[in-house]
Design a protein around this ligand. Structure first.
Ligand SMILES: Nc1ncnc2c1ncn2[C@@H]1O[C@H](COP(=O)(O)OP(=O)(O)OP(=O)(O)O)[C@@H](O)[C@H]1O
Ligand SMILES: [Mg+2]
Length: 253
């Protein structure tokens, strides 16, 4: 089943067409890669899916319903979560506190009622869910460390934990492997697979071709805002158009 359908999406910024009539489908249960050279329009696509930006034309369907023009909070509530290309952690809070901020959003209560000890049973439930989520993501032992003290791999795992607190159906991940060494990348690939196994469909924007080819079921390739190719990792790896677009970087493929 197609969980997400991008239909002829165009996004124009002034004179620049960042997305040009792009269409693709994401199947439920897949890890779907959205790849392409710098400036291809990948993050712009994520912003349009998650409601932080609205397509100039075209439409976006989630579970068969148009979500175009809806607010980010509404889209998140429907089940679309995202992690950002840039880090969005509260550096001066602990791992547990960061994760609790995410959990409180879901529970429609807030961190202040936690501080003042209101809604006690909701707080209790949030705490239990958050601790089990941190355990699932391999962060239980770091729960009292400050976010600023975490190694890169754990910072990214925490950002995913926060996104998962909203219990999403689809998770949009923007460059989760960026800047990682091979060991961190392997660990993050394992976590991504584990999240998919838990029932979350994943759309992955990433430049690390080894990771993309190793983990994705299907790929959509953008170039200069247009759809360049789509197919299985094996088909994409041998696609002449894709190799040309990545010229100078073909070793990675
Ligand atoms: N808010 C904006 N205003 C004007 N131009 C923008 C805006 N956001 C993105 N762009 C432009 O749209 C194009 C696509 O940018 P986008 O960030 O989507 O690329 P990307 O594929 O995510 O690239 P990267 O791999 O470098 O992250 C770029 O030319 C960028 O400069
Ligand atoms: Mg980007």
């Amino acid at each position: 089943m197609d969980l997400l359908e991008i239909r002829q999406v165009t996004k124009v910024f002034g004179g620049l067409t960042a997305l040009n009539e792009v269409s693709f489908h994401v199947k439920s249960g897949n890890i779907h890669g959205l790849i392409g050279p710098n400036g291809a329009g990948k993050s712009t696509m994520f912003k349009n899916i998650s409601g932080f930006s609205t397509p100039t034309s075209g439409d976006i369907f989630f579970n068969g319903h148009s979500i175009k023009g809806r607010k980010p909070s509404e889209i998140a509530h429907l089940g679309v979560a995202r992690t950002f290309q840039e880090t969005t952690l509260f550096q001066e809070l602990t791992v547990l506190e960061n994760a609790l901020v995410g959990a409180h959003k879901r529970a429609k209560t807030n961190i202040f009622s936690a501080i003042f000890n209101l809604d006690r049973h909701i707080q209790q439930e949030c705490m239990e869910k958050t601790l089990s989520m941190l355990d699932f993501m391999g962060l239980a032992e770091r729960k009292n460390q400050l976010a600023s003290e975490l190694p890169l791999g754990s910072q990214r795992a925490l950002a995913i934990t926060i996104a998962l607190a909203s219990e999403p159906v689809v998770l949009l991940m923007d460059e989760p492997f960026a800047g990682m060494n091979p060991e961190e990348t392997r660990h993050m690939m394992g976590l991504t697979e584990k999240v998919r196994q838990s029932g979350v469909t994943i759309v992955l924007v990433e430049h690390d071709m080894k990771a993309v080819m190793g983990i994705c079921d299907y790929l959509t390739v953008l170039n200069f805002g247009s759809l360049l190719a789509e197919g299985t990792p094996d088909a994409i790896r041998h696609d002449a158009k894709v190799i040309r677009a990545y010229l100078g970087n073909t070793e990675a493929m």
